[in-house]
Design a protein around this ligand. Sequence first.
Ligand SMILES: [Zn+2]
Length: 212
Amino acid sequence: MKSVKFPEMLVCPNGCEPFEADRWSFINVTHTPELKDAALGGELNLFCCPQCNTFFHADTDLIYLDEQAALLVFVFSDKNRRNKKELLAKMEKDYAVLKDSLFKQMKLDFGPMYVFGLEELKEVVLREQQRTDESEAIAAAAAALGMKVARLAPQWARQHHSPLYVAVGGDETAGGYAAAARKVLQSGLKSPLLAHFAEIMEGEGASAPNVL
Ligand SMILES: [Zn+2]
């Protein structure tokens, strides 16, 4: 599914005459990766008023999808924080529609999260970017030790503050994953995500992670 933008009437914060511009309302960064950079760089839905030349963000609702990261974010307008309850109800409704149509077509299966405003979206995207970078370092360290690498389900990793890649030990139990993670950490790799993952796997009654 392509990213979608629509022409919309926008008004700058100085209250000049409204003008028409194309605003992104659905973003699929798997299809349009440059929009991920725009979200990180603060250029997403950034406009310049043709009258007073002020730059401003169109602070309206949009949906952000990253298929690889299993990330679906409903971005609500920052000024609608007070209406959180209604917005979440609307999100569940919209998500139910997505799940039955687009998600089914694309064979995607993960729930939505929500943020208010583009600044919060940027934080979410940045965190995912950091998780990806740190995970790649873990995979490289594990490979350097001659260990096998498993890819965790991104949604599981996000919920458990864990990396996307971990080393696989002798067996695929929680204990096996814990021992493999410790081995990689002992090789000198600094990874708070992997250290946290090891702690979870060492927890009493821990079960193995969801692996792809
Ligand atoms: Zn203006």
